[in-house]
Design a protein around this ligand. Structure first.
Ligand code: APR
Ligand code: PHB
Length: 390
């Protein structure tokens, strides 16, 4: 098979890029390791910044997001027994976020690809990028129908943190930056009315907690847990008991519970690879960077990569201008690092660190006091949360 852009990975990054390119007459093929059911079965985050929403509309897959997604003008930070509100809209001069599950967004992207006849090869095993240091890169893979080869002009690695694209780059051509946090988030999804119409991030001496939601009848809750703990050690009852303890009394007493329909532990990690390109292979999304989920930046950082890549590929194919491709990594990383800084800052502000000293705890408390006593400090939080410009 021959195409212009060979994309590894059919998550939000790969699908969005292939859809955007298709609409501008650029051909691509997506190789996805898993089945569509598997990809759509993953429960991930669900806060979209307005820039991401704009790209979804440009890709002609924003209709359901606009209909069913909830616009959130603000969120709460619970601390010291009360909830302080961050009024995103007022603090940013009108910007908001959309709460819409990544699972739903991925479904819309698949439907968009189907509608236009996009080619997605599922269950593609042993995908290998070849020749990205030459003018004739190609991909090889295996699936039910045998071995396959895709010749292309460019390879885009959208295959997530554990994917093959980043790992195929010779070690002396890249540098990685990483911080692993000594805790994880235990998440539970329940068919209940969310405890609050807006998200509540909670700092508590027992550890962080988050009350989030997917819809008016679907709640998503998280608590910080040590990495040594397992899902089996957290029956629903214990989870909700611990969650209640970490929330202000009036929030805890309003919490409705029901059997969990999903429960998992995710470790927290910050990670960046530099550069995000090697010859004719470009990395985007989780393949190039990971953030802890605290600032809701993961999916949104992927979106800006796709925006830069899409425009760079357009310039290349429509005007023969390869400047955008040459500078892709530099442009993308400038924004990626700002997302890293914000996610690290929010994680540090709200979590209990096992090795923190009394001094560290004082600073954490002071940071919160400062935040809610300074409209300028709060405006900085808000502009990062709704997403910095691309
Ligand atoms: N070959 C082909 N596909 C692969 C391979 C491989 N070797 N390895 C992984 N994949 C697929 C995965 O099955 C997955 O569907 O690549 C896809 C990567 O998708 P994501 O992990 O969702 O990454 P991305 O599309 O960059 O999405 C952005 O933001 O908030 C974060 O983690 C969140 O998924 C979200 C991400
Ligand atoms: C979620 O709803 O899963 C969620 C929301 C906000 C975050 C992280 C996760 O910061």
């Amino acid at each position: 098979m021959k195409t212009q852009v060979g994309i590894i990975g059919g998550g939000p990054s790969g699908l969005l890029l292939s859809q955007l390119l298709h609409l501008r007459g650029i051909d691509s093929v997506v190789l996805e390791k898993r089945s569509r059911e598997h990809v759509l079965g993953r429960i991930r985050a669900g806060v979209l910044e307005h820039g991401f929403a704009k790209l979804m509309r440009e890709a002609q897959v924003g209709e359901r997001m606009d209909r069913e997604g909830q616009i959130h003008d603000g969120f709460g930070i619970a601390h010291d027994g009360r909830v302080d509100r961050v009024d995103l809209k007022a603090l940013t001069g009108g910007n908001t976020v959309i709460v819409y599950g990544q699972t739903e967004l991925t479904r819309d992207l698949y439907e968009g690809r189907d509608r236009l006849g996009g080619v997605i090869v599922h269950n593609a095993e042993d995908v290998i990028p070849h020749g990205f240091d030459t003018h004739r890169p190609f991909l090889t893979y295996r699936n039910g129908s045998g071995a396959g080869r895709i010749d292309c002009d460019f390879i885009i690695g959208c295959d997530g943190f554990h994917g093959v694209s980043r790992q195929s780059i010779p070690r002396d051509r890249i540098r990685t930056f990483e911080r692993v946090y000594p805790f994880g988030w235990l998440g539970v999804l329940t068919r209940t009315k969310p405890v609050s119409p807006e998200l509540i991030y909670a700092r508590h001496e027992r550890g962080f907690a988050l009350c989030s939601l997917r819809s008016p009848v679907l709640s998503r809750y998280y608590i910080q847990v040590p990495l040594t703990e397992t899902v089996e050690e957290w029956p629903d009852e214990s989870f909700f008991e611990e969650l209640r303890r970490r929330l202000p009394r009036e929030v805890a007493s309003a919490l409705e519970t029901a059997p969990s329909i999903e429960k998992s532990i995710a470790p927290l990690r910050s990670f960046v690879v530099e550069p995000m390109q090697c010859g004719r292979m470009f990395l985007a999304g989780d393949a190039a960077h990971i953030v802890p989920p605290t600032g809701a930046r993961g999916l949104n950082s992927a979106a800006s990569d796709i925006y830069y890549l899409y425009n760079a590929l357009l310039d290349h194919y429509s005007r023969g201008d390869s400047g955008g491709l040459e500078n892709y990594s530099q442009r993308a990383l400038a924004r990626v690092w700002k997302g890293q800084r914000f996610s690290w800052w929010m994680t540090t502000l709200l979590h209990k660190f096992p090795d923190s000293s009394a001094f560290d705890q004082h600073l954490q408390q002071t940071e919160l006091d400062y935040l809610f006593s300074s409209p300028r400090a709060l405006a900085s939080l808000a502009e990062n949360y709704v997403g910095l410009p691309f």
